[in-house]
Write a protein that binds this ligand. Structure first.
Ligand code: ADP
Ligand code: TRP
Length: 330
């Protein structure tokens, strides 16, 4: 265990899928076994798109229950709801003053929204609220409030961590050394897991396999993985198969080698391969799914963990805010 603080946020926008699990959640759980981890459910980040409080709440419980069911080590991990720590709103407001507007103009997510509007021939800022525009400031506040050293993120979020470094740098240059410089770390599988149609698994492509789907739904989804039209007899290339790409993450080395061989040898139809994949994934996730379902029926247990986490997070946050307020307001 090092003294470095690993920090990450999970945006509660719906049931995570197997891409999220392999690319983000599983590495987080591994890392939390040996590193001090701060992990919050970033409900404030969901507010620029979700306007229904019940949905935000339910998705927040889902995300927390999933991490608990997957066995996140709560001895090393502070897990809480972002919105429960009021210092986040304070730091967000204060950081506005040292954040150049031009930095926000360059944010990938804002640029993507503008590009879409331009392509549709509407006003460039149509449908863009300030929550979207200033999203990177709130994310910087998350990172700087808790003094994170390492921020594991997907490739799409790397720019936000770089913005946090920029903002910390501006602040430190004006007010003296106040914030640590966080380092982004991109997971090696991040963004690489294919979905049902072979493209990157993503909510935006509607090609996902939900992580905690009931067994029959999981099976149906797996059976819908799109394959080429090779007959059972024909030899197949495992590296080009979504079935194999998913299987790899749940099997042992000898099992992977054997499955690859069955692809190459010929004689195995895709239906059989999908059944083998289903059994493997279902076996790996079954106990966590039962625990997830139990927790969702016993939300007071999730609240207990989140409230305890928030109490501790507030203490760290308050120490930072005292320094920041002193630096800025004297
Ligand atoms: P989506 O594309 O479904 O909206 P998110 O952008 O919310 O997913 O993903 C959150 C994190 O999960 C990403 O930052 C990335 O690390 C991981 N992730 C998402 N999709 C995949 C994928 N297909 N393969 C591997 N990791 C993924
Ligand atoms: N913006 C991240 C996402 O969309 C979630 C997030 C919020 C986060 N605050 C963070 C990630 C701080 C890392 C650090 O996935």
């Amino acid at each position: 265990m090092t003294n470095k603080i690993v920090l990450t946020g999970i945006k509660p926008t719906g049931m995570p899928h197997f891409g999220n699990y392999i690319g983000a959640l599983k590495p987080m759980i591994e890392s939390a076994k040996t590193q001090k981890t701060i992990m919050f459910i970033a409900d404030l980040h969901a507010l620029n798109t979700i306007y229904d409080p019940k949905t935000v709440r339910e998705h927040t419980y889902q995300a927390a229950a999933i991490m608990m069911a997957l066995g996140i080590d709560l001895n090393n991990t502070l897990m809480f709801r972002q919105s429960d720590v009021e210092q986040i709103y304070q730091l967000n407001t204060l950081l506005m003053n040292v954040t150049p507007k031009g930095l926000m103009n360059r944010a990938h997510s804002y640029k993507a929204a503008m590009d879409k509007n331009i392509a549709n021939g509407v006003d460039v800022d149509a449908g863009v609220n300030m929550g979207l525009y200033t999203y990177p400031i709130l994310m910087s506040a998350d990172i700087l409030l808790y003094g994170a050293d390492i921020v594991p993120v997907g490739a799409d979020q790397k720019q936000h961590v770089e913005f946090a470094r920029d903002i910390a740098g501006h602040f430190n240059a004006i007010y003296g050394e106040t914030f640590k410089m966080p380092e982004p770390v991109i997971g090696k599988e991040s963004g690489l897991i294919p979905g049902l149609d072979g493209r990157k698994m993503s909510k935006s492509y509607d090609n996902t396999i939900p992580l905690m789907a009931p067994e029959n739904e999981l099976k149906k989804k797996i059976m819908r993985i799109i394959t080429d039209s090779k007959t059972p007899e024909e030899s197949k290339n495992p590296d080009e198969s979504t079935i194999f790409q998913l299987y790899k993450h749940f099997a042992t080395e000898p099992e992977i080698a054997e499955f690859a061989d069955m692809f190459r040898r010929g004689g195995m139809g895709y239906g059989t391969a999908k059944t083998i994949l289903f059994d493997k994934i279902n076996g790996a996730i079954k106990d966590a799914r039962t625990e997830y379902e139990r927790l969702m029926e016993n939300k007071h247990e999730i609240d207990a963990v989140l409230n305890h986490g928030a109490q501790q997070a507030k203490q760290i946050a308050e120490r930072t805010m005292q320094r920041v307020k002193k630096a800025m307001l004297g």
